[in-house]
Structure formats: structure tokens, C-alpha cells
Ligand binder design. Structure first.
Ligand code: SIN
Length: 531
């Protein structure tokens, strides 16, 4: 029961205001803004962002960026760790690109003014995170994403060829004859639709954490870019692989604040509700086991002890060191009455990252000519079934730059805006939008979370389909409408993929197929809408 409508709204391009660009980038996280900085100055670019330029998932990234800089480290070791975490589903060619092009992109970040923490010798300080065999996480305290995004935004604001369109919701891409011609967007301030015509459109809209009750993602992460790609016929891949971060603050007033894996990288221990350390029972790497393993182990301990959280203990470290290394975590927890230098931190897993997304090649190209995807919205297979910590900002940089270069090399004349007159008989309906959103999240959390099984997935699909039949013929008019449609579409696609993968691999754990099945399932689940 998938959506019949090609576009979320009815419109006639002849009646809409149009602007022409050489490239339109949707999304203002690290992938989108860095791509804009790579595209040469002679090309006219627009960045469309749903909220303001500074709101993105990237800004919230704490841990850092993985890069093999140590004498003892190498791109080969980084490659090996990425492949190991990815549980047999990584695209090895893309992973080689990632690890080999990491250092040069970090150099560019330094040139853009990003001030990474230094060691005593003046070199970039290298931290440790789970499943990395070497110290290779460069960071800026525990607010790496913020520093990187601030500096990139500062640079992009100085570029005369880049126009920023805030509070602009990209509804759909416009296509004809398998080519992308631009974006149909909703201007939140005027309430009007507008066409951003362009032969190059980059989707860097992030993931879909908002399908879940608790997520480290910002409110804007409702998977809109993935859905606009899907409606236009782009292939999606690996949607069943949703990563849950093991340690997210668990407090009555905040269940979305990340407690970085770097805290465990500094030696923090996980303690269950009965005061016992437990990771030794699950994995030899203990607290530094791959993220999916740690999240599932915590989930099991919570069930075993009938508790809604476990604890993270870093109190044995020098308190001044903790405050200096983790200033954001220290001050945020303190606001909730938790002094991390003295108290255990209550934590529970929460949705953090979607490994799946819009299928691309190693140049960010999708199956629609002129339509590119990168960052969390894209899926070139580097994360496989489980992303290695701190590979996500890196992915945005490496493949954002490749897209920027690819766009510079495409010799395309300015596009004539495609002419579309799309009319349906959808109607205004009175529905409780907030209640539907809440129930989507509850359903996905309960049945499509850390542990899944066929019965639960079928229950979830029925509930989602019920809502879909209620809103299918809704005349979508507001951002809430667009989001609900996207959330329902994506939930169903994630559930379908999770039902289809009858094995447990990486972040996809099926209690009814608890083993990995390399013989039959070493392949990707692809999803494409027939148009
Ligand atoms: C963290 O700081 O734990 C998050 C890092 C990541 O998601 O890669």
C-alpha cells in the first residue's frame, strides 16, 4: 500500500515564482554546506534549509571525525575497522574512498578555520571510540559538530555565489525524462510554493530519527529528502539498518541528549540498575564493542533488571580532566542535577543514525540524472549494517567534495524550468496531526526498534497503513502535513525492508532470526517506486 501520488501537493509551475541556479543543495548540515564550498565560485548555488542554517544533525555531533593520522595507524586499519563494524555489508570500494580521502578533507577543514584540539606536541589530539583499533578521532572538546558547522557556515556566508534560503521546505524534486530539473519548495514565511530550477540538485537532508520516540536527531529529521527522492523514482537502500546510540541521557526532562561514545573511549563503564558492570558478559571489547552490540546489551540488561535505563560511570577520572574534555556533557548534565565527576549518568539507547538512504555511487550520483545525495540522506554502502563511530561527519566531507567536483565537471546549460501541471482531487481533512505523529513514533519504537520480530513488524505495518489510508487523500498544505506523509511513507518502507531481511545483522536484530545468515543475505534490500 504505497503512495500513489508523485507529488505531495497539487501545483502548476506556470503559476509559480521561479528562480534559476546552477546547483540547488537541500540541507545545511556538514555535507550540504561543504558541498557548496567546493563548487567553484562561477556557479550560482542555492542552499535550501527547512529551518535556519545552523539547525542540523551535524551541529549536534559530539565525538569527532575519524582519520588515520597516528604513526601506528593507516587508511588500511581504518578500512578494516569500518568493514568489521559494517557486518559484511559495506561497499568496499566506497570505504577505500572514505579512508584514503579522509586526511586531505581534514586539511581543508583546518584551512576553513576549524580549530581541532591539539596534543601536547601541537599535533591533532586523537581520541578513541568504540570498535576503532587505534586512536583516530579528532575532536573539538565534545562539540566537534558545532565547531565544524560554525566555521563552514561562516565561510559559506562570505561566498557571493551562494544564496541561503531558510525556512524553505523542499517538497519534491521536479523531473522529466529521468532527469532532475529542480526543486518544488514551500516558503514557510509567505506560505507560497516556489520553483528552484536547476540541472543539479543535491539532497543532504539528513536522516529519519524523528520516526522514533527518542532520538538524538533534531526535530527537522523527518526523512523528507529520502521521501522526495522515493516519490521521484530514486532507488533507496538498506532502510532496515537504523542505529541506536547506546548512551543517551535518560532523565524525565531530557531523553535525547547524547553522552558521547568518547566518554567510553576515555574508560567510562556501564553499570546496570543493580550496580553491576555487565559488558564483559556480552563482548570481549566490553564498553568499546561495536555500537549495535553495546546498544543491544544495554537493552537486555534493562529488561533483565526491569529498569528503563542503565548508568555510565566516569567518576574515577580526574574531575578537572572530565570538565575540560567534556565541557558540554558536564554542563548539560549539571542542569539536570547530575554532576558527572561524582554521579553515575543515567543512560538508555535512542535512535541516532540511519545507515540506509538514497542509493548513490562513489560520486554521490543517484539513478536520476542530475540528482545527488550525500551525508546521512545518501547511502553508498560505507556503513553497511552498522556505522563505525565518527565516520559520519567524514562521509559528509569526502562525498560532499566529490559531488561538488562532479557538478563542476558537468557541462550543463542553465535549465529551463520544467513545466508541470499536477492536479488531483485530494481534499482538506480534519485529522489530529500531532496525535498521528506521536503514534507513528510510538509504533516504530515498540516494534521496529533495537529488537524486531515478524509479528511486531506486521502489527506496526498495519497501524501505519491504517494511518496512511486516513491521510492518503489529504490536500497537504502545511509542513506538518508534508512531514506526516513522509513519516508514514518512510515508516512503511523501513518496516517492509525489516520484514524482508530474515536474519540478524548489525543494527537489524530479529529475535525470530537471531543469527546472521551470510549464505543467503549478504545483499542489500533495494526499494524503488514505479513511476
Ligand atoms: C558520539 O559522540 O558518540 C557520536 C559519534 C558518532 O555518532 O559517530
Amino acid at each position: 500500500m504505497l503512495n500513489q501520488y508523485r507529488y505531495l501537493v497539487d501545483f502548476n509551475t506556470d503559476e509559480l515564482e521561479k528562480e534559476y541556479f546552477d546547483a540547488v543543495i537541500v540541507g545545511s548540515g556538514i555535507a550540504g554546506v561543504y558541498t557548496a564550498l567546493v563548487i567553484p565560485d562561477n556557479l550560482h548555488i542555492a542552499i535550501l534549509t527547512k529551518e535556519t542554517l545552523d539547525i542540523s544533525n551535524s551541529v549536534l555531533a559530539q565525538g569527532g571525525i575519524a582519520v588515520s593520522l597516528d604513526k601506528e595507524d593507516s587508511p588500511e586499519l581504518h578500512f578494516k575497522d569500518t568493514i568489521f563494524a559494517g557486518a559484511g555489508l559495506c561497499n568496499e570500494d566506497s570505504v577505500w574512498v572514505l579512508v584514503n580521502e579522509a586526511a586531505e578533507n581534514i586539511n581543508s577543514l583546518c584551512k576553513f578555520g576549524v580549530n581541532f584540539d591539539k596534543s601536547g606536541k601541537g599535533e591533532l589530539a586523537l581520541g578513541r571510540e568504540a570498535a576503532h583499533s587505534k586512536n583516530r578521532i579528532i575532536h573539538v572538546g565534545d562539540a566537534t559538530g558545532k565547531e565544524v558547522c560554525d566555521k563552514l557556515i561562516h565561510n559559506v556566508l562570505n561566498k557571493k555565489n551562494v544564496e541561503i534560503k531558510e525556512r524553505t521546505f523542499a517538497i519534491d524534486i521536479l523531473t522529466s525524462d529521468g532527469k532532475c530539473n529542480g526543486v518544488l519548495a514551500y516558503d514557510e514565511d509567505s506560505g507560497k510554493l516556489k520553483v528552484y530550477a536547476s540541472p543539479n540538485v543535491v539532497c543532504a537532508t539528513g536522516g529519519y530519527g524523528q520516526l522514533y520516540e527518542y532520538t538524538t536527531n533534531p526535530e527537522v529529521a523527518t526523512g523528507d529528502g529520502t521521501c522526495m527522492a522515493y516519490r521521484a523514482g530514486a532507488t533507496l537502500m538498506d532502510l532496515e539498518f537504523v542505529q541506536f546510540h547506546p548512551t543517551v541521557l535518560y532523565h524525565p526532562d531530557n531523553k535525547s541528549f547524547l553522552i558521547s561514545e568518547a566518554v567510553r573511549g576515555e574508560g567510562a563503564r556501564l553499570i546496570n540498575a543493580e550496580g553491576k558492570r555487565f559488558m564483559q558478559e556480552y563482548h570481549e571489547l566490553m564498553e568499546l564493542a561495536p555500537r549495535d552490540v553495546v546498544a543491544r546489551s544495554i537493552f537486555k540488561e534493562m529488561k533483565k533488571t526491569n529498569s528503563s535505563n542503565v548508568y555510565l560511570d566516569i567518576t574515577f577520572k580526574d574531575s578537572e580532566y572530565i570538565k575540560k574534555r567534556f565541557p558540554t556533557i558536564y554542563s548539560t548534565c549539571l542542569k539536570y542535577g547530575i554532576d558527572i565527576t561524582k554521579d553515575y549518568i543515567p543512560v538508555a539507547p535512542a535512535e541516532h543514525y540511519s545507515m540506509g538512504g538514497i542509493k548513490t555511487d562513489a560520486y554521490g550520483r543517484t539513478n536520476i540524472e542530475g540528482f545527488f545525495a550525500c551525508g546521512e540522506a545518501g547511502c553508498n554502502g560505507i556503513h553497511g549494517a552498522n556505522r563505525l563511530a565518527s565516520n559520519s561527519l567524514l562521509e559528509g566531507l569526502v562525498f560532499g567534495r566529490r559531488i561538488g567536483q562532479e557538478i563542476a565537471n558537468r557541462r550543463i546549460d542553465k535549465t529551463e524550468a520544467v513545466s508541470v501541471n499536477y492536479k488531483t482531487d485530494r481534499k482538506l481533512l480534519s485529522i489530529d496531526r500531532d496525535a498521528i505523529k506521536k503514534d507513528i513514533k510510538r509504533t516504530m519504537t515498540e516494534y521496529v526498534g533495537i529488537e524486531r520480530n515478524e509479528q511486531g513488524l506486521l502489527t506496526a505495518r498495519e497501524k501505519i497503513r491504517n494511518y496512511k489510508s486516513q491521510v492518503e487523500n489529504l490536500k497537504n498544505e502545511s509542513i506538518k502535513d508534508f512531514e506526516i506523509q513522509n513519516m508514514l511513507t518512510l515508516s512503511e518502507l523501513v518496516i517492509n525492508s525489516a520484514l524482508e531481511r530474515k536474519e540478524s545483522r548489525g543494527a537489524h536484530y530479529r529475535s525470530d532470526y537471531s543469527k546472521r545468515d551470510d549464505e543467503n543475505w549478504k545483499r542489500h534490500i533495494l526499494v524503488q517506486r514505479k513511476i
